[in-house]
Write a protein that binds this ligand. Structure first.
Ligand code: FRU
Length: 481
């Protein structure tokens, strides 16, 4: 490793040590979610399982709670539940990545773990350059940079980043998130036989492509994979206009199901669907693990959405990852299921069978806390309204007649109520993961998901149930440790 990289890594480690106490004193530190040791975390990067060990890298700014010249932080795990902090994988030390080792992916080749990422470069006037770069490791801990593997093809602005690489029929492919010269978001495909020489095959999908119409000025963090014989493209488009319940966050993340024609370099696809209906979710990335599961992590945050108002910045850290989720396709829709391994966290089960809710505001013995899993199975949908009020901060509700799901919370930006909603035919079950400052709600086994950060008072651990009409369900609750 050369001098500049060693020095930056030393400074980042020093910052972790220096801020440790301030960070760890924050009661909003999460108990079972991944967070930065200090500073800002954003996208999941390089998610992969290699020789039984899962590796998850992340976009990391160690020196402040804002964005800037990103590092790749690194966690590893053998069970997706207990994570080990690994040495920093990449630092922005070279001419081609000096303003950030931006997002990318990992593959295994030739018995090495190889990373592909974007080198972000800016000059003194803020003009941007972009390079797709590689790095490799023999032990999965120390990475050696290999430099630039692909530069910017004609026809795009320098908003060209986030390479995701995979192998199909003995050929390597890479997709990159892009903006065309006329400021439309696109996904661009490359091909290679050796991971070094990359041929630009052109745009496979994007705004104003394949009958889509205008769909944003930039597409970030693309990911493409096969699931149940379909091709799925995940992407985070920027510039969608809010419409009804849709596209309410500053930026979105979602998917298209379709078919990639590798010869013609065209992805024909259906409609875009948002992956998450909550307030904080962006830049998801997947991997195929050794059991054949398609697993996904996402950033439980959104760029440029109230970052300056997050209460945790007082403690010199910001943001977290979602829980790992397994993706499945059911009835033409992507379902997200919390990975099986999360059951390892469960302690102290409490059960209520045939619990009836038919009036306002009740609490249930033992159903409270700030680090827990709650499972509700509903017997019918013959009621008007059912809600759970969490920790005096956020309310989940379902109105069967309107087929409407709502998550409402107090905005940490201005203290006002704000909500996210989606339409749901019928509510059969809820699986809720509450952590000290987050909530993830899985409806009907992952048909819809709401993810959000919440910042209740520390002492407030109550959950209040209420209903209009008669709502009956089985409830199970576990503390998570
Ligand atoms: C998405 C993103 C990526 C970029 C990275 C920089 O959140 O903007 O497009 O590579 O973050 O941290």
């Amino acid at each position: 490793m050369e001098g500049k990289q060693v020095e930056l890594i030393r400074l980042a480690n020093e910052e972790v040590e220096k801020q440790k106490q301030t960070v760890e004193m924050d009661h909003y530190r999460l108990r079972y979610h991944l967070m930065p040791p200090v500073g800002l975390l954003n996208d999941p990067n390089g998610f992969i399982q290699w020789n039984k060990t899962y590796h998850l890298f992340y976009q990391w700014m160690p020196f402040k709670t804002g964005h800037g010249a990103k590092f790749w932080g690194h966690y590893s795990s053998t069970d997706l539940v207990t994570w080990v902090t690994e040495p920093i994988a990449l630092a922005p030390s070279d001419w081609y990545d000096k303003n950030g080792c931006y997002s990318g992916s990992a593959i295994v080749d030739d018995n090495k773990l190889k990373l592909f990422y974007t080198g972000n470069v800016k000059d003194e006037h803020g003009n941007r350059e972009t390079y797709q770069c590689a790095a490799q490791s023999r032990d999965g801990r120390e990475f050696e940079k290999l430099g630039v593997v692909a530069s910017l093809p004609k026809g795009y602005t320098a908003h060209f980043r986030d390479p995701k690489v995979w192998k199909k029929d003995n050929t390597w492919y890479m997709i990159v998130g892009a903006q065309s010269i006329d400021e439309q978001g696109k996904v661009v495909l490359f091909r290679s036989n050796n991971l070094v020489d990359w041929v630009h095959l052109g745009v496979i999908a994007g705004s104003n492509e394949n009958d889509l119409g205008y769909f944003g000025y930039m597409w970030e963090c693309p990911d493409l994979f096969e699931l149940n014989g379909e091709d799925v493209l995940l992407v985070s488009p920027q510039g969608l206009i809010p419409s009804g319940y849709l596209y309410q966050n500053k930026y979105q993340a979602g998917y298209f199901i379709g078919k990639l024609d590798y010869e013609q370099a065209v992805f024909s696809h259906g409609d875009f669907t948002e992956l998450d209906r909550g307030f904080e979710f962006y830049a998801p990335q997947t991997t195929l693990d050794e059991q054949g599961r398609r697993l996904m992590f996402a950033w439980m945050g959104v760029p440029e959405q109230n970052e300056e108002a997050h209460p945790t910045i007082k403690h010199n850290w910001i943001h977290a990852m979602t829980l790992p989720r397994e993706l499945k396709i059911q009835n033409g829709k992507l379902y997200q299921v919390p990975v099986e391994e999360l059951k390892l966290l469960r302690t102290q089960e409490i059960k209520f069978e045939n619990q009836k809710f038919d009036r306002d505001e009740i609490t249930l013995d033992g159903i409270s806390g700030d680090s827990l899993e709650l499972q509700l199975d509903f017997s019918s949908n013959d009621y008007e309204h059912f809600s759970i009020f969490f920790r005096d901060y956020a309310t989940f509700s379902f109105e069967p007649k309107k087929k409407l799901v709502t998550l409402e919370r107090v905005s940490f930006a201005n203290g006002k109520k704000e909500k996210r909603q989606c339409v749901l035919e019928k509510l059969d079950s809820l699986n809720i993961y509450l952590d000290t400052s987050s909530i993830e709600i899985f409806l009907n086994g992952g048909e819809e998901v709401f993810s959000a950060r919440i910042f209740p008072l520390e002492e407030n651990k109550e959950m209040i149930f209420s209903a209009r009409g008669e709502c009956i369900c089985h409830i199970k609750k576990w503390d998570l440790d």
